[in-house]
Design a protein around this ligand. Sequence first.
Ligand SMILES: NC(=O)C1=CN([C@@H]2O[C@H](COP(=O)(O)OP(=O)(O)OC[C@H]3O[C@@H](n4cnc5c(N)ncnc54)[C@H](OP(=O)(O)O)[C@@H]3O)[C@@H](O)[C@H]2O)[C@@H](O)CC1
Ligand SMILES: Nc1ncnc2c1ncn2[C@@H]1O[C@H](COP(=O)(O)OP(=O)(O)O)[C@@H](O)[C@H]1O
Ligand SMILES: [K+]
Length: 531
Amino acid sequence: MNAIVTGKEMAQADNAAIDKLLTSETRLMELAGRQAAEIISRSLHRENGQLHDCGFLILCGKGNNGGDGFVLARHLLNKGASVDVVTLYPPDSLKDINREGLGILQAYASHSSRLRLFATLDDAMNTIEQQEYTAIIDALLGTGLNLEHEGVTLRDPVRSAIELINSRSSQNASPVIALDLPSGLDATTGYSAAPTIRADMTITMAYRKTGFFFNAGPELTGEVHTAEISIPPFLLPETCCREIDDEYASACFTLRSPSSAKHTNGKLLIIAGSLSPEASMTGAAILATRAALACGTGYVCTSLPLEAAAALHATAPAATVISRKPDALEQKIRWADAIVLGCGLGRTPADLELVRRLVTSRVFTTKKVVLDADALFALAESGIDLAQSGMQDAVLTPHNGEFSRLTGLAIPDISADPIMHARVFSRNHNVALLLKGNPTVISSPQGKVHLNTSGTEALATAGTGDILSGMIGALAAKGCSTFEAASAASWFHARAGDLAHDLSSLVTAEQVVHRIPEAISEMFSITPDTP
Ligand SMILES: NC(=O)C1=CN([C@@H]2O[C@H](COP(=O)(O)OP(=O)(O)OC[C@H]3O[C@@H](n4cnc5c(N)ncnc54)[C@H](OP(=O)(O)O)[C@@H]3O)[C@@H](O)[C@H]2O)[C@@H](O)CC1
Ligand SMILES: Nc1ncnc2c1ncn2[C@@H]1O[C@H](COP(=O)(O)OP(=O)(O)O)[C@@H](O)[C@H]1O
Ligand SMILES: [K+]
């Protein structure tokens, strides 16, 4: 799984490369600029990587991001391009490494008419207005910018430079390529400053940053390319975010062994659905049950009001049904390898009492447990501390509204930094958490975080959350921890959503269930023997 890092983790990895691998800041910067030049020439589809017919404008700030820009300028020149470089700050305000980088460029300029250096934005203005550039390169600010909140106003001269780049880009004059990240974007949170670069392409150094996935990040980065600059993954902290991929998801899916029996292929109990004279939430139980069966679970038993059993039998005949009677429930809880609790369960005092009783009983807390929907409502109402109740391997699957009710945090605060809030919740309550959204964040009590960046608005329709719970329960019953099951199930769920319909706007939960077997089986496609 690829790592996705915060600004701080990236800085730590940079330092670790220098301390532990005995490289240097200068070498890393040289690689950053050189790799960026390679990526640019590749993306322009130039033969032999040559850029003779291309012209670039590079705007450089005073930090190392500006330093990357100086190096890039040289490598673009070496590929035959013409380059205008604007240094926004006087040389004596630059760090040694950047003064050295600028010095090399100044020496270069005395030998090449294809390089023009401008000491201020004002000096460059006339030229910039008359020139058509193949691309404008933003090397103003990188991971060194930390924003307290959305919309912090940047200082000049950076602000004017960003305004100039954005106005050129809005006139469709030249595409904008951001080095490491669009200037003004906070690498960790995705907050954007006023103003922030709107990039067509971002060439990020070593690893993508968490800020690309949240808040303003997704709208501002454009197409993201990662430059390999020799900062290997073993320099990253164990707990940094990883992006779930097909390889991880398929490794979490246990195939049936030839000698297996239904009892050894995962026994799942789903406690879901409700029926009253006023309303029915039987559909939630049906969707969760069908999703669990579609994942190849050996044995699914669903507890729901027995009056609703016929509806479940009609659509999921392989599942058995039990009532909500305490004795029947306790017996099945003992039997189950994993339990899903909450989809459409209801919110009556009796439902709240059922959840309270279960999450405080040892027979339940020692199982793998998925708590969703009305179980989360009941937890929030009863104020039960899950850390105290001793859940041994549980995952909670709230969306932001449910998470807000559970934690008392305001929804905008949760969306501002979901990774941090998920991580804190998991650690404090000793449970895994799957915080739904785009992307979905999954955290473990040990501090690991997975991001599911796949999936689209195809899933933005009622019932898909019930399907996800059934899938998590299935994978957990078949052997994974709930953290692994939640991570892999969210990937397969998203894939089933992709497969459900050519037009995402027409996808229904039913269609998603139908596509689960295909989403899983494509990972295990058998290639015929060649004669
Ligand atoms: N480390 C390495 O080995 C490698 C690092 N690499 C590269 O280094 C980059 C990180 O470099 P960095 O840490 O020097 O920070 P960077 O983002 O360039 O500049 C920060 C500047 O922001 C400014 N600023 C702050 N607030 C502001 C405001 N409100 N309005 C306006 N300005 C404001 C602040 O100004 P000051 O407060 O000093 O006046 C400071 O000068 C990283 O993204 C990657 O590209 C690669 O080469 C690979 C190797
Ligand atoms: N725009 C979107 N892009 C990707 N995934 C989405 C999007 N909207 C919703 N989802 C996913 O769909 C599911 C919806 O779950 P939930 O809100 O609990 O639905 P319900 O309660 O109706 O079953 C979650 O897994 C969520 O991550
Ligand atoms: K930048």
